[in-house]
Design a protein around this ligand. Structure first.
Ligand SMILES: [Zn+2]
Length: 201
């Protein structure tokens, strides 16, 4: 029986595991070219299976912004003053990511890829808010399917946040960075599944 007064160590902000099980030292960091912004629904920050934090932990050129903080709305205008934003969401008219897409657009500011980190419904709401601000939307090709899962999203093509970024980096031609992130993500998933008593194949 679990002692009700047992105090658990806090969760590591880098990997999401309890600090006594932190696996961050196994993670390699990599310098990526395209700035990545993880727009994270606040409730995600409490979930150990969240993968958005892994993206930020591994990619040096990235930031993680919490959405849903009381009195701290996300300042899209501030982001727009620094970057030409491209949000990942599969609208029918979103542009399909490719190695030349962002350079072909002759952007005046460096591009930043926004990835939504929340449930499918939260992502949909976040996307609509950005769409109303006239932000560029990009998407992955339809053929990509997830290969790992920690949560059942109910659909085969609903990738986790980290998988979405891995595939985006491959499509943008940042192959080495994608491989580093993919390796860390596999370690993260394997550790989670091991804790749950499952094996991954
Ligand atoms: Zn950690």
């Amino acid at each position: 029986m679990r002692c009700p007064n047992r105090i658990l160590p806090p969760r590591c902000s880098g990997c999401g595991f309890r600090e006594n099980m932190c696996m961050c030292e196994l993670f390699a960091q990599t310098q990526n070219e395209t700035h990545v912004i993880v727009l994270q629904q606040k409730i995600e920050s409490y979930k150990p299976s969240n993968t958005g934090r892994i993206v930020h932990r591994v990619l040096k050129n990235s930031e993680l912004i919490l959405r849903g903080e009381k009195n701290h709305p996300v300042d899209i205008c501030e982001l727009q003053s620094r970057y030409h934003l491209a949000a990942l969401y599969p609208y029918p008219d979103s542009l399909v990511l490719s190695p030349s897409l962002l350079s072909d657009l002759s952007l005046k500011l460096p591009p930043a890829l926004i990835v939504f980190d929340g449930t499918w419904q939260q992502g949909s709401r976040m996307a609509k808010q950005l769409r109303d601000k006239g932000i560029l939307f990009v998407k992955l090709p339809d053929r990509i399917h997830r290969t790992y899962w920690l949560r059942d999203s109910g659909a085969d093509n609903h990738l986790s946040t980290c998988e979405t970024v891995i595939q985006s980096l491959y499509l943008l031609g940042e192959t080495e960075q994608a491989k580093v992130l993919e390796h860390v993500f596999q370690l993260f998933v394997q550790k989670h599944l091991k804790l749950r008593g499952k094996d991954i194949h």
